[in-house]
Design a protein around this ligand. Structure first.
Ligand code: UFG
Length: 335
């Protein structure tokens, strides 16, 4: 089996490649414009299974040449498209960069897939396409009202993908809620890091100030509520999607990927303090700050469709997420 993974150097892409290799001994052809420590670790562990091409998907002519080369050597069974800029606040500051990068890369990829008769696509979309929830839990029919340029880029990509299905493409769009945690030595690494769980764990271990953005949201304790999904469960949703596409059991679907459970930011902080009590650096403290631009009060998935149509059964809870994120950070420090 040959799987083409764009953005395979990143957090979710590298974890997905790992599980695909472990389960199918597949060849993962990774396209990314960056290398990363996750990719390095993956390549060291599975040198036979990883083929890496450093390339910018926005460079259509270079990508065309690469597709010629790749398709001469491999029959690509599925493309999983992760590559994107994904920081909400940054997208508000640099809308052109975000729209240009996320949309052009997707269009280039789709065009070349169709040209080379590669028909199966899994697209990494985001719960942010829903915007401010009109009701919770949010199902896939909830109106799409993106609040940030990042979310808008994902919505536009979903629409373009839908159009391309008329050209023979079969797709599954996965709308992620809040992935977090680690799979062993592969964990959350963003530069700069903006996500709640890695920042919280780092402050707990190193002893720093953790900032909670906003305690005046219309929620039970005033902090935002999110549906945190363990990275291993999230990866599973891709594996299930892949299997359905390959067995031709599903066509052109959109799924929420969450666990239908909301935790407030304050609950996450308190849970972590409870789990790691004796190990916390005494210099750790948390404070409340003003709201972060672009944050919506509550995002919780109705994850019934993915359960029914893909047989998705998440195995992990918040405690598992925090524990794996902690282990990952400790492992990194000890290296
Ligand atoms: N938060 C803090 N302090 C921090 C970091 C985050 O209080 O230091 C809060 C945020 O304000 C938010 C919640 O924790 O209320 C979750 O924030 P994250 O940045 O971890 O996650 P988001 O909900 O903003 O992001 C998620 C995905 C992103 C995706 C985004 C799109 O994790 O990958 O949705 O909306 F881009």
């Amino acid at each position: 089996m040959n799987i083409l993974i764009t953005g395979g150097s990143g957090y979710i892409g590298s974890c997905t490649a790992l599980k695909i290799i472990q389960k199918y001994k597949a060849k993962c052809i990774i396209i990314d414009k960056k290398e990363s420590s996750n990719l390095e670790k993956l390549t060291l562990s599975y040198p036979q299974n990883i083929v890496f091409h450093k390339i910018d998907l926005c460079n259509y002519s270079a990508l065309s040449v690469l597709f010629e080369e790749i398709t001469r050597e491999y029959k690509i069974d599925v493309v999983i498209h992760f590559a994107a800029y994904a920081i909400v606040a940054e997208s508000e500051k640099y809308p052109h960069t975000y729209l240009q990068n996320n949309i052009n890369s997707t269009v280039n990829l789709l065009d070349l897939m169709v040209k080379h008769n590669i028909n199966n696509l899994i697209f990494s979309s985001s719960a942010s396409v829903y915007g401010e929830a009109k009701y919770v839990p949010i199902d896939e029919d909830h109106p799409l009202e993106p609040q940030s340029f990042y979310a808008l880029s994902k919505k536009v990509c979903e629409e373009i993908i839908q159009r391309y299905s008329k050209k023979g493409l079969n797709f599954i769009n996965l709308r992620y809620f809040n992935p977090a945690g680690a799979i062993g030595y592969l964990g959350e690494e963003h530069n700069p890091e903006t996500h709640l769980i890695p920042l919280l764990i780092k402050s707990l271990i190193e002893g720093g100030i953790f900032r909670i953005f906003g305690n005046d949201f219309p929620t039970k304790d005033g902090t935002c509520i999110r549906d945190f999904i363990h990275i291993e469960d999230l990866v599973d949703s891709h594996i299930l999607s892949m299997e359905k596409l390959l067995n031709e059991e599903i066509e052109n679907e959109v799924f929420n990927v969450g666990i239908n459970q909301g935790h407030s930011v304050l609950e996450v902080v308190n849970k972590a303090i409870e789990i790691f009590k004796n190990k916390i650096n005494p210099r750790f403290k948390y404070i409340f700050e003003s709201r972060r631009e672009g944050d919506v009060p509550i995002l919780v998935a109705k994850a019934e469709k993915i359960k029914r149509k893909l047989g998705f059964k998440p195995k992990y809870n918040l405690e598992d997420i925090l524990q794996s994120a902690w282990n990952y950070q400790i492992h990194k420090i000890s290296l």
